[in-house]
Design a protein around this ligand. Structure first.
Ligand code: KIV
Length: 276
């Protein structure tokens, strides 16, 4: 049995404890190597559709496909041993009706082995959430700034700027909670609004650009690691990997050009023997 198979993986019950316990530590992961590095530190690893922008260079998450989510979900599942792995449902894969949502979510779970899916949950999505949960699929909601809706919103805009919008975000969170979501991501809202949602719902809330009072926090890992030039206000870069990688590549380029690489330490020392 492999070391990974022996490790107990977190379940929805462990995630639910965050409502009265320590905050949930959540990060995005898109490949096996990063999942393996992050796994010991995280309660939840999210295979976010942000991978469309971060990994594939797309302008938004709108162009992300089921195939992309499944491929990256499979990779993350190979690297993560104990974290609860959630895979985002891409734009267009769940909005039509409950049957479409269930069939695509079931495919994601069967083909990746992940523990749950996430959908960006406007009020309409409560029907889909209830349908999936009743049929065995744990669903994470996502309210506030919903990146899949940027074409309606006219860009990535923080939410809750008017009384109507404030009330709508709360209603969307409560609808997802009542439909059975096991957790809800709150993105891009004022701390007061996030705190009000956290107090209004039964399930744990996970903030990104929201409030330290949420039941957990999530960030896009590449932002946390300083791989991206521009990051939103709510990101705290804990490393500067862009410079580290750039300078490693610069040193490599110089050593290749000067023939200092490969050196003695990087070359095989084989002695020729007579032909057998
Ligand atoms: O796609 C994603 O990475 C997300 C998180 C930022 C919450 O939805």
């Amino acid at each position: 049995m492999s070391a990974q198979a022996k490790t107990r993986r977190k379940t929805v019950k462990d995630i639910a404890k965050a409502k009265s316990g320590d905050p949930l530590v959540c990060l995005t992961a898109y490949d096996a190597q990063m999942a393996q590095i992050l796994d010991p530190h995280c309660d939840i690893l999210l295979v976010g559709d942000s991978l469309g922008m971060v990994v594939h260079g797309l302008p938004s998450t709108v162009g992300v496909t089921m195939e992309m989510m499944i491929l990256h979900g499979q990779a993350v599942m190979r690297g993560a041993a104990q974290a609860f792995v959630v895979v985002d449902m891409p734009f267009g894969s769940y909005e039509t009706n409950s049957d479409q949502a269930f069939l695509n979510a079931a495919r994601i779970m069967q083909e990746t082995g992940c523990q749950a899916v996430k959908i960006e949950s406007g009020a309409y999505a409560a029907t889909q959430i209830a349908h999936m949960v009743e049929r065995g699929i744990p669903v994470m909601g996502h309210v506030g700034l919903r990146p899949q809706a940027i074409n309606v919103d006219g860009g990535f805009r923080a939410k809750g700027r008017t009384e109507d919008e404030w009330a709508r975000v709360i209603a969307e969170a409560v609808a997802a909670d009542e439909a059975g979501a096991f957790a809800i991501v709150i993105e891009g809202v004022a701390p007061d609004l996030a705190d009000q949602i956290t107090a209004s719902v039964f399930c744990p809330t996970i903030g990104i650009g929201a409030s330290a009072g949420c039941d957990g926090q999530i960030l896009v890992t590449n932002d946390l690691l300083g791989m991206t030039d521009w990051v939103p206000k709510f990101v705290k870069k804990n490393a500067d990997l862009k410079s580290v990688i750039g300078s490693a590549a610069e040193t490599y380029a110089a050593e290749v050009k000067s023939r200092a690489f490969p050196g003695e330490a990087q070359t095989y020392k084989l002695t020729k023997t007579a032909r057998s």
